[in-house]
Design a protein around this ligand. Structure first.
Ligand SMILES: CC(C)(COP(=O)(O)OP(=O)(O)OC[C@H]1O[C@@H](n2cnc3c(N)ncnc32)[C@H](O)[C@@H]1OP(=O)(O)O)[C@@H](O)C(=O)NCCC(=O)NCCS
Length: 273
C-alpha cells in the first residue's frame, strides 16, 4: 500500500478533498503519481486555451489574495513560465472543486532536484495541515528527483513545514541568506526528498529554545554551536551570509514564532563546519 492513514496527504484526502496538478503534458508525464493517488488527481493541461480562465480565476486570483498585501503576487507571465511551461502548480481542491492550497516548483539546473518557489494555503483553511500536505505532494510527485530546495523568510511559519522533511542524516541545509529577493531576511534551504510516502513529512521535534545563543556582534560562531537569528536582525543576516561565503555550513534546526527574548520570530541554526 502506497499510503497509510497517518500520511499527511491521506489525512487531507479523507476529508473529501482532491488534488489538482496544473502544468504542461510533458512535465505531467514525468511526475511520480502512484496508482493509489491517481483517482484523486485532476490534471489541468495549461497549454490549452480552455484552461486559461481556470488558472487565472482560481490560481492567479488565490495567489493575489494571499501575496498581494505583501507585494509578492506574481504576474501572469511569471505564472506561465515558472508555474506551467517549466514548472508545476499543484495543491488541494475543496469538495466544491475550488483550489485551497498551492505549491509551485521548477527543476533546478545544477542538480537532479526541484525548487519550490511558492507555497500558500487559503487563509480560511490555514492551520489544518494543508500547508504540510501540499509540500508532501510536491515531494511525493518528485520521487525521481533527489532534493527539494525552497526560498522563504526568517519570519515565516513555513520553516516548520520544511523541518518536517528532515530526519537523522537529512538536515535542512542553509544555502544562502539575505540575498536579492522580496525580503531582506529571505533564506534558501535544501533537504533530501524523503522516499517513504507514509512519512514524507513528520511531526518535528523542536529543540528547546534555550539550546540556542542569540546572535549579537559579541558572539563567536563556532562549529557545533546553536544560534538564534532574530528575523529582523540585518547584522546577524550579514554575518551568516559572510560566514557561508567563507566556507561555513549551517543547518536550520528550529523556528519559534516568539519568545521571552524577542517578539520577532527566531530561527535556530547549527554550525556544521
Ligand atoms: C505557511 C503556510 C503555507 C502554512 O500553511 P498551514 O496549512 O497553515 O500549515 P499547517 O497547518 O500544515 O502547519 C504546518 C506546521 O506548522 C506549524 N505552525 C504553523 N504556524 C505556526 C506558528 N505560527 N508557530 C509555530 N508553528 C506553526 C503547525 O503547528 C504545523 O506543525 P505540526 O504538524 O508539527 O503541528 C500558510 O500559513 C500560508 O499560506 N501563509 C501565507 C503565505 C506564505 O507566507 N507562504 C510561505 C511562503 S515560503
Amino acid at each position: 500500500m502506497a499510503f497509510d492513514k497517518f500520511s499527511s496527504i491521506s489525512q487531507v484526502l479523507e476529508k473529501g478533498y482532491k488534488i489538482y496538478i496544473a502544468t504542461q503534458p510533458m512535465i505531467f508525464k514525468d511526475l511520480t503519481i502512484s496508482e493509489k493517488l491517481k483517482p484523486y488527481v485532476q490534471f489541468f493541461d495549461c497549454l490549452l486555451e480552455g484552461n486559461r480562465d481556470w488558472y487565472n480565476s482560481k490560481v492567479t486570483e488565490l495567489n493575489k489574495r494571499v501575496f498581494g498585501p505583501q507585494a509578492m503576487a506574481t504576474d501572469l507571465w511569471v505564472d506561465h513560465h515558472f508555474g506551467i511551461a517549466c514548472g508545476v502548480t499543484l495543491g488541494f481542491l475543496n469538495p466544491s472543486g475550488e483550489p485551497i492550497s498551492m505549491g509551485r516548483f521548477i527543476k533546478r539546473f545544477e542538480e537532479n532536484s526541484i525548487h519550490e518557489w511558492t507555497l500558500l494555503v487559503d487563509p480560511k483553511y490555514e492551520g489544518r495541515g494543508l500547508g504540510k500536505a501540499t509540500v508532501a505532494l510536491e515531494c511525493e510527485f518528485s520521487k525521481n528527483k533527489e532534493r527539494i530546495s525552497t526560498t522563504t523568510q526568517l519570519n515565516n511559519n513555513a520553516i516548520v513545514i520544511y523541518l518536517g522533511l528532515t530526519n537523522e542524516g537529512n538536515p535542512l541545509e542553509l544555502l544562502a541568506i539575505g540575498f536579492h529577493h522580496t525580503h531582506p531576511n529571505s533564506i534558501l534551504a535544501i533537504v533530501d526528498i524523503p522516499k517513504d510516502s507514509n512519512s514524507i513529512i513528520q511531526k518535528y521535534n523542536m529543540p528547546s529554545i534555550d539550546d540556542g545563543i542569540l546572535i549579537s556582534e559579541k558572539i563567536e560562531l563556532k562549529k557545533g554551536g546553536r544560534y538564534l537569528i532574530q528575523a529582523n536582525n540585518i547584522n546577524a543576516i550579514k554575518r551568516i551570509s559572510n560566514d557561508l561565503k567563507n566556507g561555513a555550513e549551517y543547518k536550520v534546526i528550529g523556528w519559534f514564532s516568539h519568545s521571552k527574548e524577542s517578539k520577532e520570530p527566531l530561527t535556530m541554526i547549527e554550525k556544521i563546519k
